[in-house]
Design a protein around this ligand. Structure first.
Ligand code: UT7
Length: 330
């Protein structure tokens, strides 16, 4: 599609979808395999369990399942979709983009599809990119997906990382609509992205196609990431609120990246939000990287917590380091 020069457009969220692999691994099960305990994991992170993909179940399978649900909930089909953006750090293959696998598995014969690699911030980045395509009129309907099989890049002997992550996928359907008139105030209000590649060593995977032939495993200095997370998330959230003339009191729902309940609680305190205005899934999903925010959005959307017209604040930080935030009127 080419650019159109009509009235200003806004990307509206039409629906959400989620998929979690059926196998659940509890902290207690992990404690039978490595030197850890349910008490340590719960106290330090809030995590109680995670879903792990079955052998042969790949990221695009998870993404397709979440997308099918989101499309059905919007009463749309794959034929209505112009753009597929998959945020993932665990693509099916080095290339092509997992998004093109998703496109094919959905049965799409038109449109365009590509991946975004911003690790745990991937969904915020993907939402920002899709939003810009929609606002420019280069696509009308987009599916933005966060999908991960993070279990495949974990060192299952490193207790400082392997207990933290899980697999899953979440998706939202976005559609461009006029930013004036009835419902014109609904949609993505703004997104704010940052990265600082000097902080690479805090969180990375020690392999890749150009470095060597191995996929590699996650290496993380948890304390260092925690330290940066607290500061950088506070800054980017402040930036997002200020850009929209808002304060924490205006936010109906904080839907943060789900890495650690302590980080989530800290942000809620900073914003003056009670736990009843924070969507937390970290106890039952663990950290699903790019999938964590869309999974949390889907859960709160589908159980009726998120109501049309409410203000939703999303934020995330992860490898890069890369971080970002966004404000959505649901
Ligand atoms: O999504 C990407 C962004 N990532 C994050 O936001 C992660 C940010 N970081 C964190 O969430 C936390 O730093 C962790 C949960 C990763 C770690 O919590 P912590 O309170 O910072 O613990 P620590 O790394 O300082 O480790 C404390 C102790 C250490 O033992 P010593 O050195 O004090 O004797 C670790 O060896 O806990 C030990 N430890 C464990 N013990 C039992 C580390 N992992 C485990 C484990 N079970 N799984």
């Amino acid at each position: 599609m080419g650019e159109s020069a009509g009235p200003a457009l806004r990307s509206r969220v039409l629906s959400s979808g989620a998929y979690l692999p059926s196998r659940i691994v509890t902290n207690r099960e992990l404690a039978t395999r490595i030197d850890t305990s349910d008490e340590w994991i719960t106290a330090r992170t809030g995590i109680k369990q995670r879903h792990i993909a079955a052998d042969g179940e790949v990221t695009s399978d998870l993404a397709v399942a979440a997308t099918r649900e989101a499309l059905a909930r919007a009463s749309l089909t794959h034929d209505d979709v112009d753009l597929v953006v998959v945020a993932t750090t665990t693509p099916d293959e080095t290339f092509p983009a997992t998004a093109t696998r998703v496109q094919a598995k959905l049965g799409m014969t038109r449109g365009f599809a590509f991946d975004i690699q911003a690790v745990c911030s991937g969904f915020v980045y993907a939402l920002a990119v899709a939003d810009n395509f929609l606002k420019l009129g280069q696509a009308k309907t987009a599916v933005v997906i966060g999908a991960e099989t993070f279990s495949r890049i974990l060192d299952w002997e490193d207790r400082s990382t392997c207990v933290l992550f899980g697999d899953g996928a979440g998706a939202v359907v976005l559609q461009a609509g006029p930013s004036i008139g009835s419902g014109g105030d609904r949609g993505i209000l703004s997104t704010h992205l940052h990265s600082d590649g000097r902080l690479h060593d805090a969180l990375y995977v020690n392999g890749g196609p150009s470095l060597n032939r191995q996929v590699g495993v996650v290496r993380m200095d948890g304390r260092e990431v925690f330290r940066h997370a607290v500061v950088k998330l506070a800054e980017v959230v402040e930036e997002a609120l200020a850009a929209n003339g808002l304060t924490g009191a205006d936010i109906d729902w904080l839907v943060p990246h789900q890495a650690n309940q302590r980080i989530i609680d800290g942000m809620a305190r900073k914003l003056g939000l009670g736990a009843n205005r924070v969507v937390s899934t970290v106890d039952h999903h663990a950290n699903t990287s790019a999938a964590s925010i869309p999974l949390a959005l889907a859960e709160a959307d589908q159980d009726g917590r998120l109501q049309r017209g409410q203000l939703v604040l999303i934020e995330a930080i992860g490898g890069g380091l890369a971080w970002g935030a966004g404000v959505i009127r649901w």
